[in-house]
Design a binder for this molecule. Structure first.
Ligand SMILES: Nc1nc2c(c(=O)[nH]1)N[C@@H](CN(C=O)c1ccc(C(=O)N[C@@H](CCC(=O)O)C(=O)O)cc1)CN2
Length: 310
């Protein structure tokens, strides 16, 4: 049976590391990182995630600024709020919870966030930096996947990683992060013929398509490390449950290790958000990123733009 990779425990450990770094920043530099989270509307899942982000930010010693706006908020009002947060020196990280109501264009909102404060890593400047192997702020869920992979496998160099899904939030940035880790990367998606055959080639398989139970045992190479990013809510009332993209019962008979849903990638998303906020605060104050708090995107991973070995 596959070993279960415990995302809850890893997230707890990362929060403790961040808390320690925040304490030292306060003591030595008098700096308290601040995270602003903006929620528009009353989507119940988003409310839970936003509340948790605030709680965890305060627990690690950061300032948390929560902005809950009604569903009818206009795009102009939201843009004004972001402009205010961009100017606020106490705010080092800004995040607008997705999805947004249909009348608001998420692209316009993401573009408006100061890239230095874009702790979601969604701004085109950060996306571009990641795509060229540079050093912007990377999205939190893919960062969480990398941390879980490294916790289990150690070095990722030379592994063949198959990413199932090409979303802007997970699949594409994760492929870039895996390339930075010197993996051989294949991205499979809804138009890929015979995705099972492609997935079976991966030493690492990351499923991020939002299709519950899609990945079956015969999609997985024996002994592979499988990361399940999907979180779909199924059922009503007492039978409500969260289901991943992986059919865990059969895949766990083939894989070497597997992340559970819940308790896998999800908790890492918020822990990596706190880590990004710490990085953003340090960079905005010209401070080195504290020891013990540098993650998979440590400075050694930065430019040059050309790689001698291609
Ligand atoms: N601006 C953003 N919006 C959204 C993001 C994001 O990274 N930035 N990601 C998701 C939602 N999300 C964080 O915002 C998130 C999703 C899931 C979890 C999590 O801990 N899940 C638990 C289960 C929780 C539950 O009971 O519902 C788990 O998997 O164990 C945290 C954060 C979309 N929006």
């Amino acid at each position: 049976m596959a070993l279960l990779i415990d995302g809850k425990a890893q997230a707890r450990a990362l929060r403790a590391t961040v808390a320690d770094a925040v304490r030292r920043l306060g003591t030595h530099q008098g700096l308290v990182p601040g995270l602003a989270v903006v929620l528009v509307g009353d989507d119940p899942a988003s409310q839970v995630y936003v509340r948790r982000k605030g709680e965890h930010a305060r627990e690690v010693g950061m300032r948390s600024f929560e902005h809950a706006l009604p569903a009818a908020t206009s795009q102009a009002t939201l843009l004004e709020r972001i402009a205010r947060l961009n100017r606020d020196p106490e705010v080092h990280g800004i995040l607008v919870q997705l999805p947004l109501p249909a009348h608001i264009d998420p692209e316009a909102i993401i573009h408006a966030i100061d890239p230095a404060k874009d702790v979601d890593g969604f701004h085109p400047l950060n996306v571009g930096a990641l795509a060229v192997g540079g050093e912007g702020l990377a999205p939190c869920t893919p960062l969480g996947c990398i941390r879980l992979l490294e916790s289990h496998l150690g070095e990722l160099t030379g592994k063949h990683a198959v990413v199932l899904g090409r979303s802007r939030i997970v699949g594409r940035p994760l492929a870039s992060l895996l390339l930075k880790k010197d993996c051989t990367v294949t991205v499979a998606h809804s138009r890929t013929p015979n995705p099972a055959k492609i997935c079976r080639q991966g030493d690492i398989l990351v499923a991020a398509v939002g299709q519950p139970g899609l990945v079956q045992g015969d999609w997985v190479k024996a002994g592979a490390t499988v990361i399940d990013v999907g979180i779909t809510r199924l059922g009503e009332g007492d039978s409500r449950r969260l289901v991943g993209d992986v059919d865990a019962a059969c895949v766990s008979r083939v894989a070497g290790a597997l992340t559970p849903v819940p308790g896998g990638v999800g908790p890492m998303t918020i822990a990596c958000l706190l880590h990004n906020t710490l990085i953003a605060a340090c960079r905005q104050h010209g401070l080195p990123e504290p020891d013990g708090a540098t993650g998979p995107m440590a400075p050694r991973d930065g430019l040059p733009l050309t790689h001698p070995h291609g």
